[in-house]
Design a protein around this ligand. Sequence first.
Ligand code: AMP
Length: 190
Amino acid sequence: MLNILLFGPPGAGKGTQAERIKEKYRLVHLSTGDILRGELKAKTELGREAQKYMDKGELVPDEVVIGMIDNKLKENSGANGFIFDGFPRTTAQAKALDELLEKSASPISTMISLEVQHDELVKRLQKRAEVSGRADDKDISVIENRIQVYHNETAPLKDYYKAQGKYTPIDGMGSIEDIFGRVCTVLDEL
Ligand code: AMP
């Protein structure tokens, strides 16, 4: 079983690379951002609650996203493996994921961390705003806040996975195909 944690700041290309990895390695793609946007669209209570955080670029409470991932792991119990995209984002989430995987599947195989310079992140997110329809891509102050939240709350997870010998940084600059090539080199060695 291959369980990939795709890591990086907003705009690093996690969703784009996850789509390609999913096709090539036949894994289930779990994006907490996508699941939350689905709840928003369906106008559920959870979606309404989450939107307050998402619109500001803040993190949705841990118990909400952990519960979502728990459900998805149960729904996909026959999977070959998973790509976790945008989850975990806090140490509490990382610990919860380790516990969930211990119960239901294999541990994380590796954390692929897409490393992209700040100016490039902002450029990509502003470009994405033209097509994504995402409120949090439209406002530069929300973009900057999401990057800041990443540095404060999420980036420390690199050390969490480093301690497990699973931290794999990858140059996330350049073309989508070049970056995918680098990702495959890592995955093919697992
Ligand atoms: P993303 O699509 O991964 O950029 O996520 C969009 C927004 O959804 C984030 O800015 C957060 O408000 C929320 N979100 C997504 N994943 C998580 C998570 N693992 N923990 C907390 N909030 C999340």
